[in-house]
Design a binder for this molecule. Structure first.
Ligand code: ZN
Length: 204
């Protein structure tokens, strides 16, 4: 697991506030909902200046969906770079498209999309451009260094704790979508940080 390991499962919202008069008022909920990270590139609040760095983003543009302006389910938390790159475009939902295994960040900072939707998001937002790639590489190295040399800093920066090793679940036929097998990718850490490890089990 690295700071750029995407969620192993599609995101299911934990909160559902409503009744606020403006989208900005949902920000505290969204920060917690998305663990203080950009839903697209996983940039963390701790890595930069909070003010002016993160936006409350309308997934479905309000220009075409004005009724969704204050709908919590239409709000995302994203860094300004990603929000600007997306703009008013309709793109695949990052909460389902950007899951571990469908998108993967390598140790050199490069990013790979392994589904059409993940590749489209990467292309539209430019997540594979030089600036994003170098940014990821720098933080992979910084976090790796902190993990090895300075555990206090590693914790203080809100960086991920070393998770307990997990094993792929036993095959469970009831978990698979009807009509096809489902590849379940467990982003577990079999060895120490920062080298990530992907364990893949195909349910049959
Ligand atoms: Zn971002």
């Amino acid at each position: 697991m690295t700071p750029f390991t995407y969620s192993p499962e599609p995101h299911v919202r934990r909160h559902g506030p409503q009744g606020y008069a403006d989208a900005a008022s949902y920000r505290p909920w969204l920060r917690d909902e998305f663990t203080f990270r950009c839903v697209y590139c996983l940039f963390r609040e701790q890595w930069g200046r909070l003010r002016g760095t993160f936006d409350v983003e309308h997934f479905r543009p309000i220009a075409s969906q004005p009724g969704d302006r204050l709908s919590y389910d239409n709000l995302l938390y994203g860094c300004t770079a990603c929000n600007t790159g997306k703009g008013k475009q309709l793109v695949p939902d990052p909460l389902t498209a950007l899951v571990c295994g469908d998108v993967w960040v390598n140790e050199d900072g490069t990013i790979e999309g392994r589904t059409r939707q993940a590749r489209r998001l990467i292309r539209v937002l430019g997540l594979d451009d030089r600036e994003y790639t170098e940014f990821r590489l720098v933080w992979l190295e910084i976090v790796g260094l902190a993990a090895r040399e300075d555990p206090e800093l590693y914790r203080a920066d809100g960086l991920p704790q070393r998770p307990a090793e997990r094993r792929p679940p036993a095959p469970a036929r009831r978990q698979q979508p009807a009509g096809r097998n489902r590849a379940v990718v467990l982003c577990a850490k079999a060895e120490g940080y920062p080298a990530g490890n992907v364990l893949t089990a195909t349910l049959t």
